[in-house]
Ligand binder design. Sequence first.
Ligand code: COI
Length: 355
Amino acid sequence: MEIKVVKTDSPKAKPTDETKLGFGHVFTDHMFVMNYDTGEGWHDARIVPYGEISLSPAAMCLHYGQEIFEGLKAYRTADGTVQLFRPDENFKRMNTSAERMVIPQIDEEFMLKALKQLISMEKDWVPHTDGASLYIRPFIFATDPYVGVRPADHYLFIIILSPSGAYYSTGLNPVKIYVEQNYVRAVRGGTGFAKTAANYAISLKGQAEAHDQDYEQVLWLDGVEQKYVEEVGSMNIFFVIDGEVITPQLTGSVLPGITRKSSIEICRKRGYKVTERRISIQEIADAYDAGKLDEVFGTGTAAVISPVGHLKWGDKIMTINDNKIGPISQMLYDTMTGIQWGKIPDEFGWIVKID
Ligand code: COI
């Protein structure tokens, strides 16, 4: 499929202070758009000026949430090269999410080509400042003007780009996390593994209550017994107990994070024992009491590697590694960001450069 290009005639001023970008507030000059209609498939791929879209108030996505999205980043290296980190994994996961949400499949190879063309046009928007990058948000949503419940026949696929800094305002400083005991994020057979808006909407109430108690995020437990740790919502979670790296296994209710997968691969290559298994919050509390809970950290595209300094479960407050980043979290952060920003060799073959 050909990609039509319409350039903006009113480019925006670029942010002057990249240290103050925050996350997801600023958007570039252009976006990628493509339509789907049953019978015709995906068509009319185009790169157009970033701008508002018009949608029927009856558009099905607004009523029943048939939507999926992805998140990845473009990084600028010291020599000015702009590069992506495992973008093929994002489009692959997008198709897994699409399958669950009855959204038509995309051509992963074509999407990578389209993304590279878009980033190439927007290269000047990729931040130059250490720790800042261009966050990429591809998403698909149902547009049929119809208020009955059924899979839609018409969709829009859009990619928008946002020069961004750290996701958490704390940067690499440890975050405070609260174990959610009232609400659940996902259940067996549900959509927990899919990157769909509903998984995030359902998390807001718990997150708001956590914020009220001065905690950044919540740690979700399984939706059946509320015993086993699952994920944080904006990131997957890892525990280091007595030198062993443990992360909840992918049961269908946990997002298969690309940073999660990469962290496991890095740790294994560095000789750490990594186990993916069910782990209960009680086991974590017991390890803490026995002085064996060495580190806790989250992994995510937006969150990168986020050490957890405080973990609150009911009345119990666990202070991890003296509220400081631990050696494995630091190693992962240095390796991951080193590869992403081209500071160290890409020994895994994860980088895709933009021409
Ligand atoms: C990402 O890490 O890219 C995500 O999509 C998570 C979101 C909460 C920002």
